[in-house]
Design a protein around this ligand. Structure first.
Ligand code: GCB
Length: 614
């Protein structure tokens, strides 16, 4: 706002202060891949204050003005070093009791030293996830602002970084109707810098992103790779090329670069004998990707381990490496008693171990992108994943800004994980009412997912038409797999509707039951008709798997849910602010009766091991 009068003070009178920060966006276009490169961690103890009134951004505290224009010391409202330490990464809600329900702006700050190590070095800061709007300031400069609580973002710090640095990060965790997800969800709104923060040192020209995959044409003999570079003089560099090496396949392939991008389709020598990645058989190959200068000199290089597999849809079949599968899954939230939305490797591995105990091979990572380590570990463990963006319930489907936010989150997720063989399905949302605005919003998202990655099916968790008793969501047209959430036997006690719905429906595509379930308080036992008993939950699982297992077009399921999770809208005496539909208590240890019911069903659906299989 313009200064209008002599008594105008921008620090307190500028109600539109946010606009300047939103003008510098961090999004999928600024995202830089950190894969396979050394990175320095900025995790650790930061100083933190709950900035209830967003004063850092309103009054520009990040400028660190300690004296006024006349050089006189100013009375300051901020005091970085005096503020309490806060662990990064963490969900602030679980760090201090008074922050448990805090949904405002949290101000984090720390100092760090930096000395460039290579000529022309470019410095980037990469955030793996912060909930929800994050503004990054370095040495008094606003570097950018990111929206979206579960996807990575990065920013170039080259111009602003010095030997001694002060970084300030303001994370605002508000639930708002125009956001993705909107204000009303069925999970806890954890806030803060809850995933890793990295400092990346890049050469002047480097590989910003790459996408390597098996071409899904049924031949299992072609790889495709795209690379995108960052830096000046990209296409002009005569003779510049990227190289892909996969030593175990004897592959050393040149990827010509033009205009900062390069693409190749590589036909594999049949003698190279590619071993496919498959659930339960997680074959990964070491790859080396490098960028060479005009004289063939190495400019940039990274390494990773990648699996090659194919997922295709044929009629109502999901084909993994050409074989029709039934995905034996369970849904899981990123919610932990002690860690909140933050996680660690042991927690991820423990969830996968529970899946394996269930004789399952597939996890639905609900309802937002989980930590990037999940897909990497699933790659190693041989487990398939459904990954989803939080287009959840009543998103503001008619708002262009909300669409832009959703599309950006989808792009950041796909770019982060499209090299991961474990990731099988992109989901563009969950349980949204079938309106025209929603149909156009989510169809566009589905198209965007395909534009970014033409190798994976796109789905969404839809609702059945409970008046016509049929699978009839108009969005199905835009999807490759129809996801269905249904709670017959729970929210609707008339279980007989489920077989009727399945009989009434003739989908031309595979269907996955993304959710069914029943609440059960651990240890609460009683009759099979009594809500919140383990006994009712187990009975419901028996009934559900009998019907689902007999339906020819259902090709997978991920019941709701592996673990109980915090949920402030669940307030009865059995729930006590937890959603209790877990097969395992929120302690992630104690199993309920229905765990064994599902395990028995999945064991009965186990594929006989093929001859020669390990
Ligand atoms: C649903 C939602 C999920 C909820 C679940 C429930 O359909 O997709 O987020 O937590 O039902 O427990 O009601």
């Amino acid at each position: 706002m313009e200064k209008e009068s002599g008594n105008y003070v921008s620090d307190i009178h500028d109600a539109a202060y946010e606009a300047a920060y939103l003008a510098r966006r961090l999004d999928s276009g600024t995202l830089v891949s950190a894969v396979g490169r050394p990175a320095e961690s900025l995790n650790g103890k930061w100083n933190f204050a709950a900035d209830w009134y967003d004063s850092c951004k309103r009054a520009k505290w990040f400028l660190e003005r300690r004296v006024d224009e006349a050089g006189r010391p100013m009375p300051l409202d901020w005091d970085w070093e005096a503020w309490e330490p806060m662990s990064v990464p963490s969900s602030w809600n679980l760090q201090k009791p008074e922050l448990f329900y805090f949904e405002g702006s949290g101000l984090y700050t720390r100092t760090f030293r930096y000395l460039p190590k290579i000529p022309g070095e470019r410095a980037f800061l990469r955030f793996e996830g912060a909930q929800y709007r994050t503004s990054v300031f370095l040495n008094g400069e606003h570097l950018g602002t990111h929206d979206g609580g579960s996807t990575p973002f990065s920013v170039e710090a080259t111009g602003a970084i010095r030997e001694d640095n002060r970084i300030i990060v303001v994370v605002e965790a508000g639930r708002r109707p125009g956001r993705v997800p909107p204000d009303n969800t069925d999970w806890f709104n954890y806030g803060g810098l809850y995933r890793d923060i990295l400092l990346l040192r890049m050469p002047p020209r480097f590989i910003k992103d790459w996408f390597l995959r098996l071409v899904p044409d049924g031949s299992f003999s072609k790889l495709a790779i795209d690379v995108e570079l960052s830096g000046e003089g990209l296409g002009a560099a005569k003779g510049g090329e990227a190289r892909l090496r996969i030593p175990e396949l004897g592959l050393d392939e040149s990827i010509p670069i033009s205009g900062g991008r390069g693409s190749s389709v590589i036909s594999l020598d049949v003698a190279a004998c590619l071993e496919l990645w498959a659930p339960g058989k997680p074959r990964l190959y070491g790859i080396e990707l490098s960028l060479l200068g005009p004289g063939g000199e190495g400019i940039d290089a990274l390494r990773d381990r990648v699996g090659f597999r194919e997922i295709r849809i044929s009629g109502s079949d999901i084909l993994v490496n050409g074989k029709s599968v039934f995905l034996k899954g369970i849904s899981v939230h990123e919610d932990h008693l002690r860690l909140g939305k933050a996680t660690d490797e042991a927690t991820i591995r423990a969830a996968i171990a529970h899946l394996k105990e269930l004789h399952g091979d597939y996890l639905r990572l609900a309802h937002y992108p989980h930590d990037g380590r999940f897909a990497r570990i699933a790659d190693e463990e041989g487990v398939l994943l459904w990954e989803e963006v939080p287009v959840y319930w009543a998103v503001d489907f008619s708002s262009p800004a909300t669409y832009a936010d959703a599309e950006n989150q989808l792009a950041e997720l796909v770019i982060r994980d499209r090299n991961r063989a474990s990731v099988a399905i992109w989901s563009v949302g969950n349980e949204n009412a079938d309106s025209d605005a929603r149909l156009s919003f989510m169809s566009r998202l589905a198209a965007k997912a395909r534009e970014l990655d033409g190798t994976r099916p796109v789905s969404a968790a839809c609702l059945v038409d409970h008046e016509r008793l049929a699978i009839a969501d108009r969005l199905a047209e835009a999807l490759d797999i129809i996801g269905i959430n249904e709670y017959y036997g729970w929210y609707d006690p008339d279980f007989s509707k489920l077989p009727r719905i399945l009989d009434n429906s003739k989908p031309s595509k595979p269907v996955i039951i993304c959710e069914f379930g029943a609440g059960a308080r651990l240890g609460h036992r009683g009759s099979v008709d009594e809500h919140f008993t383990e006994d009712m939950q187990a009975r419901l699982y028996e009934e559900q798997v009998a019907v689902i297992g007999a339906c020819p077009y259902i090709k997978g399921m991920s019941p709701w849910i592996l673990y109980d999770f915090r949920c402030p809208r669940r307030l009865n005496r059995y729930q006590e602010r937890y959603n209790r539909k877990g097969l395992v208590d929120a302690d992630r240890v104690s199993k309920k009766k229905a765990f064994a019911t599902l395990a028995a069903f999945y064991a009965s659906r186990a594929e006989p091991a093929a001859e020669g299989d390990a």
